[in-house]
Design a binder for this molecule. Structure first.
Ligand code: B12
Length: 471
């Protein structure tokens, strides 16, 4: 039997990572569970959550001395993954396989530069046993799993030593936290996203999700992030799940991601009933021309109406509304950006998350940039101002992001408190007050760090130009 180690690399091996520590690396847990069930010894290092340095990672690898190492590579942690592999290679002679979202998005010709033995495109479940047993080399296409109910639940005990649901050392969700995946794939094709468009949208059955939630409950988790690309993609299932949970008297503090054009009273009521505390939506812009360029919807002119309706529903059902905006589309003016922020502020958003537009390898806007010669062939991740694809500088766009952050600081707590009270989430209120009193200085420090390094500031401490040298 082999000793297998999964590593989830951080964005940066030095500085603070904006979103470290929030949820466990489910990909590694799903694959690790299959191997564990087959008798292999499985370890997981979440270098992102634990903010490990290269030297610390290397030491841990050496002490585990695995036969096989599996890495989850995102475009954002590409540089870190590459550096880790090269460092590990110096002392360990393990077979190294890399999977994850980046591989499904980037050109296959570039994979070799990562320095691994095998590169897996797609979902690893169907090939993970073979990978460990036979150690094949090169590029491997793993088919997506059609029957999601057939996959064993991820074994969360593999990362029980890590306190999830925290940001900058502070628990954000009210209690022991984990995550769950209820669907895979997405029905939409946003132009800035580099998730594989080939992947079909699939749902787990509500009964199967319920069984996993019961297990999560038995393990003592109170808070659960639903990490689907879009939890509201299958509204019927959400409504059914809420019914089943009610029958079982099961409730968690959930957070999830939804769409502003997939809303209904029944859906929002169900989410409230099952315990969803907050829902985030990719609004991106309130200018239909920009919404069309992002390919968010077939009806861009209706977008502002959709956003208004969604915010009303969040208000009615007491769901904290975290609305995301992207700044820096080529045709976007400062007035457009200000209008987007004002619109959200006036129509009931609780929190606004501003981001600078990134061109990610494999996304439609990246392909457009390549076709028109605006992006070099080896540039896999770059922001709009770096590429000169917006009339505004990084600082000007950052100022817009800061306006969103200021709104959160100024108004966020009011909306959040009102909604939590409306929904009689006394557990969360008690937890919030207790944390504030007992960890006053930590709360202040975490808030400060969050605003300095968190979402809407800069990805990777300003370093956003990951690129491979030409081979
Ligand atoms: C939860 C989440 C997070 C959490 C925790 C991540 C974690 N530990 O898994 C937090 C909040 C920390 C986070 C942070 C970030 N995230 Co995130 N995140 C997600 C999210 C919503 C779910 C991840 C997940 O659990 N998926 C479910 C599992 C089952 O899928 P999977 O990880 O892809 O694994 C499967 C395959 O990829 C493959 N596989 C993966 N690893 C391996 C390894 C081997 C050896 C093999 C064989 C196969 C294999 O098999 C797995 C099982 O089928 C995804 C979107 C999504 N729905 O996947 C975005 C996503 C992964 N995140 C994304 C981004 C951009 C980020 C950030 C850069 C955001 C930021 N600005 O800070 C950071 C980067 C963090 C880092 N270290 O690099 C992008 C990545 C895009 C890209 N190509 O780079 C995604 C795809 C969202 C999107 N639509 O754009 N994220």
């Amino acid at each position: 039997m082999a000793s297998v180690l999964f590593i989830y690399p951080p964005v940066s091996l030095e500085g603070k990572n904006p979103s470290s520590g929030f949820t466990p690396p489910l990909g590694a847990l799903y694959l690790g569970t299959i191997l564990k069930n087959n008798g292999h010894e499985v370890h997981v290092i979440d270098a992102n959550a634990e903010q490990l340095s290269l030297a610390q990672i290397k030491r841990r690898v050496e002490s585990i001395d695995p036969d096989v190492i599996g890495l989850t590579c995102l475009t954002f942690n590409l540089d870190a993954s590459k550096a880790m592999i090269s460092e590990i290679r110096k002392t360990a002679d393990a077979y190294i396989a890399v999977g994850g979202p980046h591989l499904s998005a980037a050109p296959e010709a570039s994979f070799g530069q990562l320095g691994a033995d095998a590169y897996i495109i797609g979902e690893g479940e169907s090939i993970i046993n073979e990978l460990v047993d036979k150690k094949p080399r090169g590029i491997i296409h793993a088919p997506e799993v059609q029957d999601l109910d057939s996959i064993p639940f991820p074994d969360r005990s593999l990362v029980e030593h890590i306190d999830y649901g925290t940001a900058f050392g502070l628990s954000m969700l009210g209690g022991k936290a984990t995550s769950i995946l209820t669907t895979r794939g997405c029905k939409y094709a946003c132009a800035f996203c580099n998730r594989p468009k080939k992947a079909s949208f699939r749902s787990r059955s509500p009964k199967n999700i319920l069984l996993e939630l019961k297990e999560i409950d038995r393990m003592g988790f109170k808070a659960v992030e639903i990490v689907d690309d879009n939890f509201t993609n299958n509204p019927k299932n959400v409504i059914k799940l809420a019914r089943l949970m009610k029958r079982e008297k099961l409730k968690f503090n959930f957070i999830a991601e939804g769409r502003v054009d997939a809303t209904s009273e029944a859906l929002y009521k169900s989410m409230r009933d099952m315990g969803v505390v907050g829902l985030s939506h990719g609004v991106e812009s309130l200018n239909p021309k920009i919404v069309r360029w992002y390919n968010k919807t077939r009806y861009p002119e209706k977008w502002p109406e959709y956003v208004k309706k969604t915010l009303k529903l969040c208000d009615r059902y007491g769901l904290v509304a975290l609305e995301s905006l992207i700044f820096g589309a080529p045709m976007e003016t400062k007035e457009d950006m200000e209008h987007s922020i004002d619109f959200l502020e006036k129509n009931g958003a609780d929190l606004i998350n501003g981001n600078i537009l990134m061109y990610l390898v494999g996304s439609a806007i990246w392909r457009w940039g390549r076709r028109t010669g605006k992006i070099g062939p080896d540039r896999y991740l770059a922001s709009a101002p770096e590429l000169g694809l917006t009339p505004y500088s990084r600082e000007e766009l950052q100022e817009m992001c800061d306006r969103c952050t200021d709104f959160m600081k100024r108004e966020g707590w009011k909306g959040v408190t009102r909604k939590v009270l409306d929904n009689r989430r006394f557990d969360m209120i008690y937890y919030g007050i207790k944390t504030y009193i007992t960890h006053y200085w930590r709360v202040r420090k975490a808030r400060k760090e969050m605003y300095e390094h968190g979402y809407g500031k800069s990805y990777m401490g300003g370093k956003s130009n990951t690129q491979f040298e030409k081979s």
